[in-house]
Design a protein around this ligand. Structure first.
Ligand code: CYC
Length: 169
């Protein structure tokens, strides 16, 4: 798995540059948040099932049409597929948090996903809301564990949201 530092160095090496101010700032922030990243992944790992369950309930409370006849998460099979997808997003977000970059989200999660969703009628908007709900739950739990700056948690969740929302097929 390529981590943030390897990626950064590779990018500088490609263009034959010394590590400049921007690079050093981002390295510094990586080292500052390194322990927090590992702690966050630990919190996600310990609470994954309940995070997914809670996020699912909140999503279906907000958009009850999803689980009514005609909704994409209606029927036990599709309901389970929806929660399974949420679990994928959470697990891969935890990997990306530790890696400090989103490359593996492109490779393992997002590639071809919009096309699959569109062909199955899985609505993107509500999926994105589900991802954002999980982000907020994780941030609350990480904050409750005493980590003050939880802004780094945003990165993988917002990245998946952006990529799912913006790209046209
Ligand atoms: C690890 C990377 C990875 C991802 C991300 C992934 C997603 C994924 N979700 C799918 C289906 C699905 N995804 C959903 C999800 C939802 N429906 C809703 O209304 C909600 C908004 C949402 C939950 C938040 C549903 C209901 C299906 C089943 C659709 C169907 O078969 O009709 C499918 C089609 C095949 C299948 O059913 O397993 C894929 C490939 N698979 C992967 O391997």
């Amino acid at each position: 798995m390529r981590d943030a530092i390897t990626t950064l160095i590779r990018n500088y090496d490609i263009t034959g540059r010394y590590l400049d101010r921007d690079a050093l700032d981002s390295l510094k922030s990586y080292f500052n948040t390194g322990t927090a990243r590992v702690a966050a992944a630990g919190i996600i790992n310990a609470n994954a099932a309940s995070i997914v369950k809670q996020a699912g309930s909140q999503l279906f409370d907000e958009i009850p049409e999803l689980i009514r006849p005609g909704g994409n998460a209606y029927t036990t099979r599709r309901y389970a597929a929806c929660l399974r997808d949420m679990d994928y997003y959470l697990r891969y977000a935890s990997y990306a948090l530790v890696a400090g970059n989103n490359d593996l989200l492109d490779e393992r999660v997002l590639q071809g996903l919009r096309e699959t969703y569109n062909s199955l009628g899985v609505p993107i908007g509500p999926t994105v809301i589900g991802i954002q709900i999980m982000k907020n739950i994780v941030k609350e739990q990480v904050a409750a564990a005493g980590i003050e700056d939880t802004s780094f948690i945003d990165q993988p969740f917002d990245y998946m949201t952006r990529e799912l929302s913006e790209k046209d097929i």
